[in-house]
Design a protein around this ligand. Structure first.
Ligand code: ADP
Ligand code: ZN
Length: 730
């Protein structure tokens, strides 16, 4: 670390503006000077923009015309290794530098002066009659009684202009006070309450401790079935990191998992760490960002965006459930947090732990090839054993076409209910039914703006587009032929399955666990806690339940449609199904009672289904790896998806075709372009999308070739071009 270069007032420096022009621009250091890496506010045209002092000024401008930095923001200057990380990440993902920097300046209130930061609370003098806008402000303050916000935050949350809040303050309905300074997080004690580890765990913990203590970059793949005690083992790596006085980051794939995890951290280290994800209040996020930068936060638990926090001395990154597809950011800057964690660690001399029950093929191959160290916990911790996996051959089950719980599965559920054990019925489909069909004309209700069906959600009492989020009421008549009473649900969703289960298991407590059913993270947490406490007999859940929750009374998992993920031509379909099925099955039998997983399938002889049932993981991965190698696709080859989108379908096809024809820079390096073809979802939010896939050998510097190739074309303003390195589906 050490001090960074200091520029005297008036010296020319190069500032990279965040999220604006993609260039380092010359400015004069302000009064008091500034350091290299300082977060600053600069004038850009008529605007004021946050940026970072990136390097010395280029001096290409007439010094008399160079504008001055407005002010240096109250934040620890960015470390050189963070600047390298952002630069390398931008190069890898082919993202403009300023867009990359934007990810590292997402601190609420970063541009505020201390004087701008006030807190607002409900006052005593609230008039009886209020305008609706004023009403909304007061409601926000009532909803969050113990929190403090800035004026802008209160206004944003209430959806009003700041003047409304000021007006209320003037009449005494809202009280304004100086905001307290952000404080450091309580110290975590690495030796507060370590568990006695099993011999397996202990060996693993030693390996990780010494990897962290080495103070160099390295990655360990920590593999072990659900419940094998991986978390306990990597918490030892965190302990070592804290003992070394370095900072640690634990990434989780799902916000709903954080609160359970924080409780465990508190039990282990005696205090709660910093939290960073979209469910945290702005005030807390501001504190976390600042304290990470000042060293007042030793451990952060967060979502993928936590990788861009200003760690000063990062010693360890844990990526829990590393295979999880939600680590891939599919909006804006397209990056995979698992890969970026490895990149950040390699620049910061930190260690990475990738924890999972079912590794991604990429990580499995890296471990096989010796690029990653391997660590495996072979059995479940304590008495629990892996569930028995069995197929229910649906061809033998006598089921009407609008029922999905087979007699075999129903019997198994009933026997659990009798023993006061819990069952989980898993279906990876939100809503009531995936299709709403007119039985008179065959019309299926679709989204107006997307190439997607509208999904009926009875809980929300709306039709919902899962692509763009648009909702509309269920029409009374068919929108196409206007027939009455002919619209019918087709296929099962989690809500419809709940209905079926309620009818089938009379008197049982049936609960639905799906993200749509919770207004807030807290509501979801309460539901999960009440299930864990035993207040449910049958749980009907979507993907949400597949991820790390601990339900000790759960002994049966029924997968309603094990074939669902195997459809389509996606090369990753097998991998995903394998991971998901094992993950879901792993929910069963965590405590003393052995669990059972029943997979309803119409193709019990499908190779993927067979390897799920047999549990022959290494065999499955080896076969998958061989297939990918033969096809020359990741992780054996390089691949990028290029998506062009526009409101005009002809325009994107024409541009795509022109790009595919003029592929000189790609051919030069031996890369091939396929397409253009309609993207997997051909229209989203009214924009038509075409996709090209570019494939190359592992040794090809693909990013550079892609840049040269795309630079040949003038992309009209009406077209958006997005490059997706290592696309999730191909
Ligand atoms: P995983 O992360 O592999 O799913 P966990 O670390 O969550 O496994 O462990 C599963 C359960 O076993 C947890 O409830 C955990 O507290 C408990 N457990 C694991 N290791 C130990 C240990 N050494 N001593 C006591 N309890 C343990
Ligand atoms: Zn839509």
């Amino acid at each position: 670390m050490g001090e960074q270069r200091y520029f005297q007032q008036g010296e020319i420096v190069g500032v990279l503006p965040a999220g604006a022009l993609d260039r380092v621009l010359d400015y004069k250091a302000p009064e008091g000077g500034c350091r290299l890496g300082a977060f600053v506010e600069v004038p850009l045209g008529p605007r004021k923009i946050v940026g970072v002092v990136w390097k010395e000024g280029a001096g290409t401008w007439d010094p008399a015309k160079v504008r001055s930095i407005k002010r240096v923001l109250e934040a620890t200057p960015m470390q050189p290794n963070m600047r390298s990380f952002l630069t390398r990440a931008a190069e890898y993902t082919l993202t403009p530098m300023s867009a990359m920097l934007r990810l590292a300046t997402r601190a609420p209130g970063l541009g505020d002066t201390p004087a701008m930061r006030k807190i607002y609370r409900l006052g005593a003098n609230v008039p009886d009659r209020l305008t609706p806008t004023r009403e909304r402000v007061l409601q926000v303050l009532k909803d969050y009684p113990s929190l403090s916000f800035s004026l802008k935050e209160v206004a944003d949350m209430a959806g009003v202009t700041p003047s409304v809040v000021k007006g209320l303050a003037k009449m005494g309905a809202v009280v304004e006070a100086d905001a307290p300074r952000d404080t450091a997080y309580p110290k975590l004690d690495p030796s507060y309450a370590g568990k006695t580890l099993s011999p397996d765990q202990d060996a693993g913990a030693r390996q990780l401790r010494s990897a962290v203590a080495a103070g160099r970059y390295g990655t360990t793949l920590l593999k072990g079935v659900t419940g094998s005690g991986k978390t306990e083992v990597y918490l030892e790596a965190v302990a070592e990191c804290l003992a070394q006085g370095r900072q640690a980051l634990v990434l989780l794939p799902e916000i709903a998992l954080t609160s359970e995890f924080l409780t465990r951290v508190e039990a282990r280290f005696g205090a709660r760490p910093a939290e960073w994800h979209s469910g945290v209040t702005m005030a807390e996020r501001r504190r976390a960002w600042k304290m990470v930068g000042e060293g007042g936060a030793q451990l952060v638990v967060g979502a993928r965006s936590a990788l861009f926090l200003p760690f000063q001395n990062l010693g360890l990154i844990v990526v829990d459930e590393e295979h999880d597809t939600s680590y891939k950011q599919e909006d804006g800057v397209l990056y995979n947090a698992r890969d970026m964690a490895v990149l950040r660690a390699s620049i910061s001399a930190a260690h990475v732990v990738l924890a999972t029950a079912t590794p991604s093929l990429e990580s499995w191959v890296n471990a096989e090839q010796g690029k990653y160290a391997k660590l495996e916990l072979k059995s479940r911790f304590g008495p629990a054993v892996m569930p028995q996996m069995r197929a229910v051959d649906m061809r033998d089950q006598d089921l009407p076409s609008d029922r999905w719980i087979s007699p075999a599965l129903a019997d198994a559920v009933r026997s659990r209910i009798e023993k006061s054990e819990q069952s989980l019925l898993f279906i990876n489909r939100r809503g009531y039914a995936p299709i709403t069909l007119c039985r008179a004309c065959g019309h299926q209700i679709g989204c107006d703006d997307c190439d997607a069906r509208m999904v009926e959600h009875r809980f929300l009492k709306r039709l919902v587009c899962h692509q763009c989020g648009e909702t509309k009421p269920m029409p009374a008549v068919c929108p196409s032929c206007e027939a009455e009473d002919k619209l019918a649900p087709v296929g099962p969703g989690v809500e419809r399955l709940t209905e079926e289960a309620e009818a089938l298991f009379e008197g049982a407590r049936v609960v639905t666990l799906s993200s749509d059913h919770f207004g807030s993270a807290r509501a979801m947490k309460e539901q999960i806690e009440s299930i864990a406490a035993g207040d449910a007999d049958v749980i009907i859940g979507t993907q949400l339940v597949a991820k790390g929750h601990n339900f000790p009374k759960l002994t049966l998992v029924g997968v309603i449609d094990a074939d669902l993920g195997l459809q389509g031509s996606d090369l990753r379909a097998a991998e995903r199904t394998f991971q998901l099925m094992r993950q879901v099955a792993g929910r069963a039998g965590r405590a003393e009672v052995a669990g059972t997983a029943l997979l309803q399938t119409y193709q019990p002889d499908h190779p993927v289904i067979r390897s799920i049932l047999s549990g022959d993981e290494d065999g499955f991965w080896a076969a998958e790896a061989a297939e990918r190698e033969a096809a020359g696709v990741p992780p054996y080859g390089r691949m990028a998806g290029i998506i062009l989108s526009s409101e005009n379908v002809q325009e994107v096809f024409d541009l795509g075709a022109a790009m595919a024809r003029n592929d000189g820079p790609l051919r030069q390096v031996g890369a091939t372009v396929y397409g253009p073809a309609p993207a997997p979802i051909a229209r989203i939010r009214g924009r038509h999308r075409v996709r090209m896939l570019v494939k190359a050998d592992k040794s090809v510097p693909l990013q550079a070739a892609l840049s040269r190739w795309t630079a040949q074309f003038k992309i009209p303003n009406s077209v958006r071009l997005a490059i997706d390195i290592d696309p999730q589906s191909f």
